[in-house]
Design a protein around this ligand. Structure first.
Ligand SMILES: NC(=O)c1ccc[n+]([C@@H]2O[C@H](COP(=O)([O-])OP(=O)(O)OC[C@H]3O[C@@H](n4cnc5c(N)ncnc54)[C@H](OP(=O)(O)O)[C@@H]3O)[C@@H](O)[C@H]2O)c1
Length: 318
């Protein structure tokens, strides 16, 4: 079911923005609304997407969802970490019922492939809206609500985690400092976005209503990722898996973003993920849907080398 109008949530950020750009480039005739939950971000959206309609749509504000979904057939939906997925799906379902035009929703998930509620230990289960549980909760809610949804499960980590939450030790200490040396699949977030947009625009056969695990073309441990950084950047990037140093590094950042309990939560989450890292495996969906290979990790590192090795500024001669 191709759609003639699309609403993109999270449109100012790394995945939503790439969805909106892809839609405009490949289907300029599709009506495009770009959403943010805060009116403060509207000027940014207007500047980023002069051809689209910027809207304020908050998953916790039913009226804003009803207004944003007016006349919309396709929806791209992504949630932040630690998010109340019960309220979200309840409100979205209600807004879809009231507006009546939505034909297809793409929802981004993030769990190890094949994970289910029975695999989540109590120490993580008590946080219903933490990353271990929230996507399982969202998926169950979507299915119960009978919404026309296709799930894209990001079955690994975004490569740009290294230019976002894990960058400081690379710059300051030339180290990838992430405890629990586990095997993960790595994907360029732009590839995730392009798959989402393509499923909304063209809907290749056999994907509607399914859950697909998407990955790039690299599956490796964090220590092996450090070797890859070393090869590509031409300077040694060590792997540092020390748990205490890692905890001390994430503690201030995660506490401020998600609350005081969350550094410990993530230590438990990463440990659990390591116990299940045999579940991560490469999948062919990016190539099958986009007709090209997903971005390789070494190319991605090369393209982003200035983040890790900021160019030396040469002062003009006095
Ligand atoms: N990091 C990884 O390696 C990884 C791996 C697999 C899966 N994942 C999953 O990927 C997802 C995206 O993670 P991310 O950190 O990259 O997020 P992100 O790009 O920041 O996307 C989340 C979006 O939610 C929007 N938002 C926030 N509050 C909202 C509200 N009340 N109503 C409507 N929209 C709201 C934000 O935009 P506005 O503030 O403009 O509204 C933001 O763009 C998460 O669900 C995560 O679990 C992550």
């Amino acid at each position: 079911m191709k759609v003639k109008s699309i609403l993109v949530f999270g449109a100012k950020d790394h995945i939503g923005s790439a969805v909106a750009r892809y839609v405009y480039k490949h289907a300029p005739g599709v009506r495009l609304k770009v959403a943010t939950h805060s009116s403060e971000n509207l000027p940014q959206l207007k500047a980023m997407f002069p051809h689209a309609e910027p809207v304020v749509a908050d998953f916790f504000d039913l009226n804003s969802l009803i207004a944003a979904l007016d006349g919309i057939e396709g929806v791209f939906q992504i949630s932040p970490d630690f998010f109340n997925e019960d309220n979200l799906v309840q409100n979205l379902a209600q807004a879809c019922r009231q507006t009546g035009s939505v034909k297809h929703i793409i929802r981004i998930l993030g769990t190890p492939p094949g994970a289910d509620f029975s695999m989540i230990p109590e120490v993580l289960k008590i946080y219903r809206y933490g990353p271990a549980m929230q996507h399982l909760v969202a998926k169950e809610n979507y299915q119960r609500a009978g919404l026309p949804v296709t799930f894209i499960n990001v079955a690994g980590y975004y490569m740009d985690d290294f230019t976002r939450m894990f960058i400081q030790p690379i710059i300051n200490d030339r180290a990838i400092r992430i405890a629990f040396d586990r095997t993960l699949a790595w994907i360029d977030p732009t590839d995730v976005a392009h798959v989402a947009a393509e499923l909304l625009l063209k809907e290749p056969n056999g994907y509607f209503g399914k859950l697909i695990d998407v990955t790039g073309q690299d599956l490796c441990k964090l220590s092996e990722a450090a070797q890859l950084f070393t090869e590509v950047l031409g300077v040694e990037i060590r792997y540092d898996g020390d748990e205490t140093r890692f905890f001390n590094a994430i503690q201030p950042v995660f506490s401020e973003k998600w609350g005081a309990d969350t550094p410990e939560y993530f230590m438990n989450y990463f440990k659990w993920e390591m116990q299940h890292d045999h579940l991560f495996e490469l999948t062919p969906h990016v190539k099958n849907i986009l007709g090209r290979n997903p971005k390789a990790f070494n190319s991605w590192i090369h393209e982003h080398r200035d983040y890790f090795l900021p160019p030396i500024k040469v002062l003009p001669a006095a």
